[in-house]
Design a protein around this ligand. Structure first.
Ligand code: APR
Ligand code: PHB
Length: 393
């Protein structure tokens, strides 16, 4: 089989890249190790920056996100038992975010890919990458007991943190940066009305909590738990009681509980691999970087990466030049590190660390008090939360 771009991974990055390349007339094939249902079964975050919405529109798949997504103009910070609203819309000259689950983004991208008749090879494993340091890279994979090979011009490694793409790069060609946080997020998805119409980020002496949603009838809640905690340690009642204990009186009163559709613990990590290009192999999304979910940047960074990558490949195939591809890694990493900083800062501000103690809690509360009463500080939070603009090549 031959194609112009072989994409490894059918998560948001791979699917969005495939759609953007298709719209640009660039042939592509996606190789995914799981089934489509397995990919759709992943419950992930759900806040889309305008940059991501614009890329979904460019890919021709923004209709449902626009129709069903919830536009949000602000968030609330809860500390010392009181909520303070950050008016992101007002502070950023009218920008907003859209609350729309990553699962739905993936579903929309899968549907568009199928409608366009584009090839996605599911249940392909193992997958291996070859000769991407030359001009004729190849992808090899096993499926149904047979070995298959794809000849291509470029390989897009969109296969996430645990994927084969970054692992295929010689160790001395890669520099990684990592910070593992001493806690995780115990998350619950439930068909109960959200406690508030905007997201509530809570800093409490018991630890962090987040009240989010997927729709007017489906809520997403998180509480910080120790990194070695297990989901089986948490009954539904124990979760709801702990969430209540971390809310303000009004939210506690309004909280509607129910049997979770999903309950899981996610670890928190910051990670960046540099560079994001190795000859004809280009990394995008979680394959190249991970952020703690506090700033809701994971999906948005993946979208921005593939926005840059599809543009660079379009410039290359139009015979204009390879200069955009040469700039791909630097351009992505400039934005990635700003999002890493914001996500680290927001995580550090909102969570209780083993060494936070009473003094550390007072310092966090003082910073939050300054943040919500300073126009400059609130503006900084708002412009990072709604997302920084993409740069031109
Ligand atoms: N071969 C083929 N496919 C693979 C391999 C492999 N060796 N390893 C992983 N994959 C697939 C996974 O099954 C998954 O479907 O690659 C896909 C990677 O998708 P994600 O992990 O979702 O990463 P990405 O597309 O970059 O999206 C980032 O997803 O994980 C969240 O928080 C993250 O919101 C962010 C977004
Ligand atoms: C979510 O709705 O899952 C969500 C929202 C905001 C975050 C993280 C997760 O910062």
């Amino acid at each position: 089989m031959r194609t112009q771009v072989a994409i490894i991974g059918a998560g948001p990055a791979g699917l969005l890249l495939g759609q953007l390349l298709y719209k640009a007339g660039i042939d592509n094939v996606i190789v995914e190790r799981q089934t489509g249902d397995y990919v759709l079964g992943r419950i992930r975050a759900g806040v889309l920056e305008q940059v991501t919405m614009d890329l979904l529109k460019q890919a021709g798949v923004d209709a449902r996100a626009k129709a069903e997504g919830l536009p949000h103009d602000g968030i609330e910070l809860l500390f010392q038992g009181r909520r303070h609203r950050i008016d992101m819309h007002g502070l950023t000259g009218g920008k907003q975010v859209t609350v729309y689950g990553q699962t739905e983004v993936t579903r929309d991208l899968m549907a568009a890919r199928a409608e366009a008749g584009l090839q996605t090879i599911y249940s392909a494993s193992p997958v291996s990458l070859h000769d991407f340091d030359g001009e004729r890279p190849r992808v090899r994979y096993e499926k149904d007991g047979a070995t298959h090979e794809i000849e291509c011009d470029f390989i897009a490694g969109c296969d996430g943190y645990h994927g084969v793409s970054r692992a295929s790069v010689p160790a001395d060609a890669l520099h990684t940066y990592e910070k593992v946080y001493p806690f995780g997020w115990l998350g619950v998805l439930a068909d109960v009305p959200p406690v508030s119409h905007e997201l509530i980020y809570a800093n409490t002496s018991r630890g962090f909590a987040l009240c989010s949603m997927r729709s007017e009838t489906r809520s997403r809640y998180y509480v910080q738990v120790p990194s070695d905690d297990k989901v089986e340690n948490w009954s539904d009642e124990a979760f709801w009681n702990e969430l209540r204990a971390r809310l303000d009186p009004e939210a506690r009163e309004r909280l509607v509980t129910g049997t979770p559709l999903e309950k899981s613990i996610a670890p928190l990590r910051s990670f960046v691999a540099e560079p994001m290009r190795f000859g004809r192999l280009l990394l995008a999304g979680d394959a190249a970087h991970i952020v703690p979910p506090t700033g809701a940047k994971g999906l948005n960074l993946a979208a921005a990466d593939v926005g840059y990558l599809s543009r660079a490949l379009e410039i290359f195939y139009r015979g204009q030049s390879a200069s955009a591809l040469d700039r791909y890694s630097d351009l992505c990493l400039r934005r990635v590190w700003k999002a890493e900083r914001f996500s680290w800062w927001f995580t550090s501000l909102m969570h209780r660390f083993p060494d936070t103690g009473e003094f550390g809690q007072k310092i966090q509360e003082a910073e939050l008090d300054y943040l919500v009463h300073s126009h400059a500080a609130s503006t900084s939070l708002a412009e990072n939360y709604v997302g920084l603009p993409l740069e031109d090549f």
